[in-house]
Design a protein around this ligand. Structure first.
Ligand code: ATR
Length: 280
């Protein structure tokens, strides 16, 4: 069998930890494969996909800012990608067809299962902060996992309302001023905004309005312990970090690209922590 080639496409892409994750799993499984970075120009994503159809590229992870476009360009999409309105995986078949998937929701739920095993999405309402692509994927995954109500809190209320409208009876939009009311009685609070990234503009939420049993999760993983997670931890809460979600979404991607499950174990997390300059 020929060498299995996959990679990650984005702009920027130099910061991506995906090559480290997949590279470690390729080495651990002994697969004859490679995982590359594809820096695609901002107006060049359609041409990139077209030029790779029917080549020996098996698939790519998609990162900013191409996730919505990836879904639009694919010939087929799984239900998760359709519900999220975005794809983080494109699979290329030898006959030239392109299939979109979204494994971010699997990654989110895997992160909770790993770091907050007592949490159940079915147990009560969940607050998602933000209303961009990352938030929409999270809402879709939580609704699919049986969350009775997802409360979307966003600075721009109209964006939260647009997502809520896609999940009638299961999601509700809240303005930033209503954040306190949105947090009452929730089982988890998930930061799906970019706030806190690189230690800048930490999320300022009235987190104390959430029950102490509410888990705090941050999709931002740089730094690993964001200001939001530090506050949550100081309040005695269980916290779930974005690196766990990143590795959780990579796992089904790996299996789709290389036809083998990713190995278990924490080595890949340690490798990522080192790359992020964090202590293991
Ligand atoms: P992504 O696709 O990665 O989710 P996005 O679509 O740019 O990125 O969404 C970013 C999210 O972070 C949005 O919810 C945004 O709020 P708005 O919809 O009001 O723009 C939120 N966000 C970013 N910076 C913010 C800030 N300084 N204060 C409040 N919300 C912020």
């Amino acid at each position: 069998m020929s060498r299995l080639i996959a990679g990650v496409a984005g702009n920027p892409v130099a910061h991506s930890l995906s090559p480290l994750i997949h590279g470690e799993w390729i080495a651990a499984t002994g697969i004859d494969g490679s995982y590359e970075r594809f820096l695609v120009s901002l107006d060049g994503f359609a041409a990139f996909v077209a030029s790779r159809r029917g080549t020996d590229l098996r698939g790519v992870n998609i990162t900013i800012p191409f996730k919505e476009q990836a879904l639009a360009l694919a010939d087929d999409a799984d239900a998760t990608a359709l519900a999220a309105g975005a794809a983080n995986v494109l699979l290329f078949s030898t006959d030239g067809r392109v299939t979109a998937r979204n494994t971010d929701g699997i990654g989110l739920l895997a992160a909770f299962a790993d770091q907050a095993p007592a949490f159940s999405p079915k147990a009560g309402p969940i607050a998602v902060i933000g209303a961009g692509g990352a938030a929409k994927g999270a809402v879709a995954a939580l609704v699919a996992a049986g969350a009775p109500q997802v409360r979307i809190v966003n600075r721009t209320l109209a964006r939260a309302e647009a997502i809520a409208a896609a999940f009638p009876g299961r999601a509700r939009a809240f303005s930033w001023e209503e954040a306190e009311a949105a947090l009452v009685g929730v089982g988890a609070v998930i930061n799906a905004t970019s706030r806190g990234l690189n230690g800048v503009d930490d999320l300022d939420l009235p987190l104390e309005a959430a029950p102490l049993t509410a888990v705090a999760m941050d999709m931002v993983y740089k730094p690993l312990r964001t200001g939001f997670l530090k506050i949550a931890k100081a309040q005695g809460r269980t916290v779930v970090d974005g690196l766990s979600m990143l590795i959780g979404q990579a796992r089904p991607s790996f299996e789709a690209f290389y036809g083998r499950p990713a190995p278990n174990g924490s080595k890949v997390r340690d490798i990522c922590l080192k790359a992020l300059g964090e202590a293991p």
